[in-house]
Write a protein that binds this ligand. Sequence first.
Ligand code: SF4
Ligand code: SF4
Length: 453
Amino acid sequence: MSKTVEEINRKILNRTVRVVTADQMPALVEELGAEQAAAGVDVVTTGTFGAMCSSGAFLNFGHSDPPIKMTRVWLNDVEAYAGIAAVDAYLGATQGCETPGADYGGAHVIEDLLRGRPVVLRAVSYGSDCYPRKELLGEVTLAGLNQALLCNPRNAYQRYHAAANSGARTLHTYMGKLLPGVGNVTFSGAGELSPLMNDPGLETIGIGTRIFLGGGVGYVTGSGTQHDPQKGFATLMVQGDLQGMSPEFLRAAAFPGYGTSLYVGIGVPIPVLHAGIARAAAVRDRDIETGIIDFAVPARQRPLLGRCSYEQLKSGTVRLRDRDVPASPLSSLHMARRIARTLKERIEQGSFQLSIPAAKLPVQGAAGPLAIQPPRPDAPSRRSGSRVAAGERVAWERALCLSCGQCLGICPAGVFRRDNDWQVTAAEQHCTGCGLCDRVCPAGAIHGGDHGR
Ligand code: SF4
Ligand code: SF4
């Protein structure tokens, strides 16, 4: 038998939907079989709560008076990328604070904003005719921002390599503290609760899937960077309104010697549309293998010290080099369970409906090494502006023209024209050299003989 997302949503509305968490599903499928389990369960809820470095927030501050085009922005002394219009910035979770000695970064600013704390905004600019202000300093709060959009390029790794250290000294890494001589193993990911582990074929999770994100509602906006489902390392790009989230499910962290990161709570509902989905959602920790890589080797392709299952990792010890080595998670399994349960309750209470993805996520991806070559000595120079000096006839480069039309209202000699399709052309022979079109063209298509590209 099969069912549709619309049918499940109707059950959510009339409170007859049957939901289980992903860690309950294996026993159900074992007991009833996949067909019966699919008939009896409508939704499986998943959850994960780990350090997801590839996270951040787009913030729109609103315009000051007089206005400023923020070219560099700091929030509590953490720089945010400001090359986005005038008063927008992207604050990355791993961006460090410039105050010496501070174990603080973009993730902490996001958490402070969520907790309602004021954050010091500092911005500088070069000043322009439209944005004359050059400096700005003051406090802002989340409630006072126009928009705050959590937008995470790579979250919810399907699984993750575990880490150990065969070297002679303790290492401080993004996988936590690794003791020398393979003194411990750390791991990340929620195993059988992991969203992408419960839909490895990406059959139900797609672009537009509504999810639990940071305690609020978010959406899958695409595959994440380094998405590599064929190797079992699928990832998600997600976004959601930060103003609807909770600091319970979005927490800043600092890993000594590495830097800051953001623990992000993500729960994805898996609609059980048929027996195949029920079977996939019955994955157990013992079925999920991962490699234990050796951080003592400072190479991109670190060697494997061994392989093990999430069941072994979660047991607290793994067998490595003929001895039992303590294993501990970086992700909170407690919170992953809580997220799966909270999402289950929201669905059962009718406050969370499932969405139908607008498009599938790619089943092929790439997580290859950096492809880089030494810079060529004859690398092309950067563009000069669009300069025209009075007294010289302009040159116009058709290939650069955007047909934006700005020049049409500037030239008194009618050099620039458009056709009925708004395509712009130029008749340079009519140019009188008045110079009015100096610095008009945003594409650098108009220039004088001495000032051209
Ligand atoms: S201003 Fe430049 S880009 Fe725009 S239509 Fe004129 S030549 Fe083309
Ligand atoms: S220099 Fe003057 S006449 Fe020549 S194209 Fe520019 S605006 Fe037109």
